[in-house]
Design a protein around this ligand. Structure first.
Ligand code: MLT
Ligand code: MN
Ligand code: ZN
Length: 320
């Protein structure tokens, strides 16, 4: 099994178009300590030939351009002039940073779209997504807790995690941390290997711990360091928890909550541009690394030999 973290930032990316916070400014200035990052997405494949995207970010065009494995390739690759290695897109929620990229996949290219009933309902209720013609792009509701096989040899199971409805669907009935169909994690298996992908979660539940146990790789919500990152950076009034994201640090943060779980490798992704872990060498980055976590970066590749090896091997890793 192979995985490529094609987008490692939260909504807005790094740098964010309208932001002059310290981290966005460093990234914009080309400071080597802060790599630019595109918005949250993961590509997975059982055979390196056909790929499934977990979420479709607004940056998908640039993400494909940066990832040879996802490109149409030169004419000899296929008999037809048009075609794509991307066979399916699986949604983990309906947030803009996870669905807007669907609009860029609209050139009458067949692929399969999967998500929870609630997320696919939100997509279907918005007719702009009908640019993905129904006779070309199939939409399949995934029952949570039931495995499906979007491409031969790659098995995915979506499971509920504490979260909330997408920002653009918030109303007075908003419940943050509700466990339901709004926000899901994905358990991805191929060739006896196992990746757990949870780009958004408001809390770590017993069910999440059980699902992560023994996985080769966990990619987890790293939106904020402290609950008040955005307030402290002076860019907003919302806490991490209000946005449905468990912060990393503190006695009740994700590092502590996932400390005892036995996984081959732990990587934070969906990292907001205000999170100081994005600065290489920062106290926060070092603390996360000391706790056994890597900080995800765009183009981070993982390859897993069938069954044999206990830990994933990172290929072509560049400093993030
Ligand atoms: C989130 O992860 O909280 C959302 O992507 C926020 C947004 O829609 O910008
Ligand atoms: Mn997001
Ligand atoms: Zn910023």
């Amino acid at each position: 099994m192979q995985a490529i973290l094609i987008g490692s930032a939260a909504g807005g990316g790094v740098p964010q178009w309208n932001c002059r916070c310290r981290i966005c400014s460093l990234a914009r200035a080309g400071d080597p300590r802060v790599s630019p990052r595109s918005q949250s997405s993961l590509a997975v494949s059982a055979d390196g030939d056909r790929w499934v995207l977990l979420n479709a970010s607004p940056d998908i065009r640039e993400q494909i351009a940066a990832t040879p494995e996802l490109q149409a390739g030169p004419p000899p690759r296929a008999a037809a002039l048009r075609g794509s290695p991307i066979a399916a897109v699986v949604l983990t929620n309906g947030d803009v940073d996870h669905v807007a990229g669907l609009l860029s996949l609209r050139e009458r290219e067949p692929f399969a779209l999967y998500g929870s009933a609630e997320t696919l309902r939100a997509v279907s209720a918005n007719s702009v997504f009908d640019v993905l013609a129904h006779d070309v792009v199939t939409r399949t509701v995934c029952a949570l807790g039931e495995a499906f096989e979007p491409i031969a040899g790659l098995i995915i199971e979506l499971f509920p995690v504490p979260g909330k409805v997408p920002l653009w669907l918030e109303d007075e009935s908003l419940q943050i941390g509700a466990v339901g169909e709004s926000t899901v994690g994905a358990s991805i298996r191929a060739n006896g290997r196992h990746i757990v992908y949870i780009p958004g979660a408001a809390a770590v539940t017993e069910d999440i711990l059980a699902r992560c146990e023994g996985a080769d790789l966990l990619l987890f919500d790293g939106t904020c360091w402290f609950d008040d990152d955005m307030i402290a950076a002076g860019v907003g009034a919302k806490t991490s928890r209000r946005m449905g994201h468990l912060p990393i640090a503190g006695v009740d943060g994700s590092i502590a909550a996932l400390d005892q779980v036995a996984v081959g490798r732990k990587v934070f992704t969906h990292i907001n541009n205000t999170n100081p872990v994005l600065i290489e060498g920062s106290d926060e980055r070092r603390a996360a690394e000391r706790a056994g976590w890597d900080i995800g970066h765009d183009g981070m590749r993982f390859a897993f030999a069938p069954q044999a090896e206990a830990r994933p091997v990172a290929l072509e890793e560049t400093p993030g």
